[in-house]
Design a protein around this ligand. Structure first.
Ligand code: 0X9
Ligand code: ZN
Length: 294
């Protein structure tokens, strides 16, 4: 429906989460996992078909970076899909917006539409905001992140200094035995990235993931997505994907959604549908692969 082909304010997303959880209470559970710096609630939606023994699960999060509006739009889109076949095999934990304060800020302050970071202030810092994707405990604040609070890639004063990052990390740590894949949605550049980004060294699963692998081939054929190996790009430590991988979640991906730069973060709503369709096929590809390797 057209609801999913538009961008939504945080207020609308909170309302939407309440409604879907109410209307689909048989499939969906809204889990409160903590509060943001500005005291907004943080929610994860659990999609599950079965009672009884806990199923393997796939985690998907959106909106780590405030300005990447297409990312929360995908999480909403994803939940709206019944995903019947996938739910036979997996539970999903979907977090529509991690950086709630930053997202709200890009909506309420149009001149700051391109804000990226959280909205926290630490100590007597001159500038506001930590890059949540430099704040995870994975080679925290190494080369590729900044200790300067005024930079876009500020790593924060210590790992998990951001309450949103801490809440997510705690939840995933507590569920690490059942979470078989970690997928985090960003924009833009139309890439699928996998560990490591904090080092140029290959991960121990690198060759399995790259060499003529069905998963990568499938991802590559997912319309519009071109896979690239994260160790080929510049170093960026403290990211959620590397952290989840080192926690033991072997299938850990960052998906950079559309586009490749024409509109960048200001992706027109007309592109939400094609973007979400291709990302959905990428997620299905990952789920299939995980299923075959459980
Ligand atoms: O730099 C990032 O955090 C991500 N790109 S974005 O343009 N959306 O900001 C890429 C993250 C790749 N993974 C890690 N750096 N761990
Ligand atoms: Zn991002």
């Amino acid at each position: 429906s057209s609801y999913y082909q538009n961008y939504h304010s945080l207020k609308e997303i909170y309302y939407w989460m309440e409604e879907v959880a109410r209307v689909h209470s048989d499939l969906l559970e809204k889990i409160h996992i903590g509060s943001s710096y500005e005291k907004r609630p943080l929610y994860v939606l659990k999609l599950s078909k079965g009672q009884g023994n806990p199923k393997s699960a796939i985690w998907i999060d959106c909106g780590i970076h405030a300005r990447e509006w297409i990312s929360p739009a995908f999480c909403l889109w994803f939940i709206d899909q019944t995903m019947t076949t996938l739910l036979e095999h997996f539970d999903f934990y979907v977090m529509p917006v991690i950086n709630v304060d930053g997202y709200e800020y890009t909506w309420s302050h149009p001149s700051n539409r391109l804000w990226r970071k959280s909205r926290s202030r630490h100590g007597n810092n001159r500038c506001i905001g930590t890059d949540m994707n430099r704040n995870f405990d994975a080679q925290w604040c190494g080369k590729g992140a900044s200790p300067n609070e005024c930079y876009e890639t500020y790593c924060g004063p210590y790992p998990e200094s951001e309450p949103e990052v801490k809440a997510v990390a705690r939840f995933i740590r507590d569920h690490k035995d059942i979470i078989k894949a970690y997928i985090t949605m960003h924009s833009y550049s139309q890439l699928v990235l996998f560990p490591y980004s904090y080092t140029m060294k290959k991960s121990k699963d690198h060759d399995e993931l790259v060499k003529g692998n069905a998963l990568i081939l499938g991802l590559q054929s997912s319309m519009g997505l071109k896979t690239r190996i994260s160790s080929m790009q510049i170093m960026s430590p403290g990211g959620s994907d590397d952290w989840a991988y080192d926690l033991g979640i072997k299938y850990s991906f960052t998906i950079e959604l559309r586009d490749t730069g024409t509109y960048g973060f200001l992706l027109p709503p007309e592109e939400i549908r094609p973007t979400c369709l291709e990302a959905l096929s990428a997620v299905k590809e990952i789920a299939q692969h995980v299923l075959q390797n459980l």
